[in-house]
Write a protein that binds this ligand. Sequence first.
Ligand SMILES: [Zn+2]
Length: 402
Amino acid sequence: MLITLNRERKSSFTALGSLRACIALFTLLSFHCFSAFAYLPTAPTALETKTVRSAKVIKGSFSKDKALDKTSPSTQMTNAAILLYHHVSTKTPSSTSVTPDTFKSHMEYIAINHTVLPLTDVVNALQQNEPLPENAVAITFDDGYANILENAHPILKKLGFSYTVFINPDEIGVAPQQLTWEEVKRMQGEGVIFANHTLDHLHMLNDEFTDENWLERVFENVEAAEKKIDSELGVSLKYLAYPFGEYNLALAAKLEENGYVGFGQHSGAVGETSNLLALPRFPAAGPYANLKTLKTKLNSLAMPVVHTTHAEPRVRSNTLSDTITLTVDEEDVSLNQVNCFYFGQNIKTLVDNDKVSFSIDNVLPVGRSRVNCTAPSKSMAGRFYWYSMPFFLADGDGRYPD
Ligand SMILES: [Zn+2]
């Protein structure tokens, strides 16, 4: 295997290892750039309901306390990979599905090599800047499909893994293939976390510039979904997974004002410098279900980007004229080995001390696209820092495609 796992960590970083890993990463990222949809996180049990926001640790009732077993004082840091699934089924669209067998293989690999935490533990650690166990992983699903209960839940339950489902309350028990509230409540009773994916899975940025009440309208949708989840399940985590991962700075600011945490669908590990209004998650379905490439992502580190010159993900033109510069806390980041990709193409980067700059010459497509950058760790052989910058571009009518 080209990219070693953390548990096989060696103390030194070799140039050869780096080169081989970069080749592997290039292959991986080429694949990765062909967009995806996202999945989101969850909520706690009825008993835990009222303490959720202040609780530092919320474990599902079938969550084994593996975290402490694997925590090593020498390697403590705030880092985790959050996985995003939608369907677990052989009968649903392949781009957003994993088969039950593939899902099982992911979970069995994770059981041996990683520590699964409730999403709430990961968010609390990020908010409080507290260390997480080495190789921490959180598992999320978006959209509340019944096949999660049918095909994923038994595997997760058997392994004692906590997980989170982001649901659209107006569709629960109504839309085809959805869980019912009765099922949701039964799952919650077994420790599954449920959280907000808006009432009805709208494109939140649709009509942003033509509807003068745009921000109020979409935020009311978020609040109504949160209220419905609270009234049905007695839980209000205020975790929002943006449908399709689409957001802009105005919406993120509104969430922040109102105490929400936001989850996107761009890839990357989460860490101390992550934006709590747009936490990245690694899609793990469709073309991203390959366990070989997933291993690298599970093992990745959050690129400590402390500043970006391009903070607004919603773009208004299909060309980006400005050079984008990221400032990286580069103590452990081998920044001169950074690689950035856009639609599978390695794009030219300029590194100057703690800054990496690039520009995008391509015409941006309507909808979603992203730049992914990776750079090796200096101290952890085979591990890569990962950063993803999403772009959202509306069509001529101010709307976004599915
Ligand atoms: Zn969704």
